[in-house]
Ligand binder design. Structure first.
Ligand code: ADP
Ligand code: GN1
Ligand code: MG
Length: 377
């Protein structure tokens, strides 16, 4: 019998959704399906159950042009979530870690006739994710979340994980792709972005600091999240951390990457794609709150050089994001979801403005990291 009794379908509902949902081992009856969240990569839908004795679910179409090895990706998520759950009580494991809902025969995803890949997680109730951080307590909880995440994964054998996107956060590779896109200029947009190109060109060597420290053996590779923007952590109604989500990019990385990408979204008083650049200011109390939350959880395993590297991550991430958005703009918007024609250009400009602000306050931000670290360790 079908698990889908009645659905409040709308134009955003995927085709053949009943057939897709019926493949999965879900409980109860789904009575409503709606598009959910503001992620840039996957298509996400909330599946509402008929009554509260059964869970709601989160259905996702995995963007398989970006994640080309879906079996490997799902295996990664299973390894990571099993490892996290093994350290928690049964009750905490169910609500503080993502739970994959398998198909009836146990597979972790479903490939439909059109070649789309689908997966389902338990929907974690009574939580919020924030595109824009509002309060210090939220930033502090976010820091705790990602610090704890890294700490709990420190004893997972990294060789078991595949790299879902090879060189994902390698700035050298990102710059090579950017210069290739400039050379191809396939959308004939290069002439519009001369100022942005100049800004990027002036910082290429400086932005390779973390990579170089890694190559010199001064920074260890750890298991990191690699997509720590703030809407990838769920907070409960009391603004306490509930769950780290969006585990698609978990793989070996440097801790400064997770710190830098989280700060990129926390310290910005405006949104990632703010049109009015004057609104992009730094919220330094939120920076401090995140740093305290993170270092309290992570200081026992971090080396002094890793702590020093955090500030390089803070500079690198708005830069890398500007490079990535601008590359996509030059390539005619093939990677990120866009809501209007010049969206990737607007995002690029906003990230460059954010980096200018961070550069202007770098000494102050560095000294906050050092003070917090010396007080906590
Ligand atoms: P994307 O890769 O497109 O960013 P995410 O996995 O981050 O996709 O999901 C998009 C949004 O859906 C998240 O920002 C969050 O708001 C929400 N979300 C994701 N997983 C869950 C979950 N298990 N429970 C509740 N909300 C979730
Ligand atoms: C994407 O999936 P989402 O929306 O959480 C991207 C990140 C970028 C981010 C910018 C797999 O994250 O790397 O930092 O957009 N994810 C992937 O908002 O490319
Ligand atoms: Mg996300």
């Amino acid at each position: 019998m079908s698990n889908v009794q009645y659905m409040n379908l709308n134009h955003q509902t995927p085709k053949n959704v009943e057939t897709i949902i019926d493949r999965f081992n879900i409980e109860g009856k789904i009575i409503e399906i709606k598009a959910f969240g503001s992620g840039h990569i996957n298509d996400t839908y909330l599946l509402k159950n008929e009554n509260d004795s059964y869970p709601d679910y989160l259905l996702q179409r995995i963007n398989h042009s970006i994640f080309t090895n879906v079996p490997g990706l799902m295996k990664n998520i299973q390894l990571v979530t099993d490892h996290l759950k093994s350290k928690l009580s049964e009750a905490a494991a169910a609500t503080e870690v993502l739970t994959i809902v398998p198909l009836h025969r146990g597979e972790l995803f479903y490939k439909d006739e059109e070649g789309n890949y689908w997966r389902i997680f338990h929907f974690i109730k009574d939580t919020n994710s924030y595109d824009l951080v509002e309060k210090e307590v939220q930033a502090n909880e976010g820091g705790k979340a990602f610090g704890r995440f890294q700490a709990m994964l420190a004893d997972l054998d990294a060789s078991l994980l595949i790299e879902p996107i090879p060189n994902f956060l390698n700035i050298e590779m990102r710059l090579n792709r950017f210069y290739q896109a400039l050379e191809n200029d396939s959308a004939a947009r290069k002439h519009i972005v001369t100022e942005e190109i100049e800004y990027i060109n002036a910082r290429t060597e400086q932005m390779k600091t973390i990579l170089k420290l890694g190559r010199e053996g001064k920074l260890p590779l750890r298991i990191t999240h690699n997509d720590t923007k703030f809407n990838n952590v769920l907070l409960n109604k009391n603004d306490e951390v509930q769950c780290v989500i969006d585990l698609d990019t978990v793989m070996p990385g440097f801790v400064a990457y997770d710190f830098g990408d989280a700060i990129r979204t926390i310290i910005n008083s405006a949104s990632e794609d703010e049109k009015e650049l004057d609104k992009i200011k730094l919220n330094i109390p939120l920076f401090e709150a995140y740093t305290i939350g993170y270092l309290r959880e992570a200081c026992h395993f971090l080396t002094d050089i890793e702590v020093e590297s955090l500030m390089h991550g803070v500079l690198l991430f708005p830069y890398m994001q500007a490079v990535r958005f601008l590359t996509d703009y030059l390539e005619d918007d093939v990677y990120y979801k866009i809501s209007f024609k010049e969206h990737n250009l607007q995002r690029t400009k906003a990230q460059i403005k954010l980096l200018k602000e961070i550069e202007a306050h770098a000494t102050q931000l560095s000294s906050i990291v050092n003070t917090v670290y010396s007080e906590i360790k």
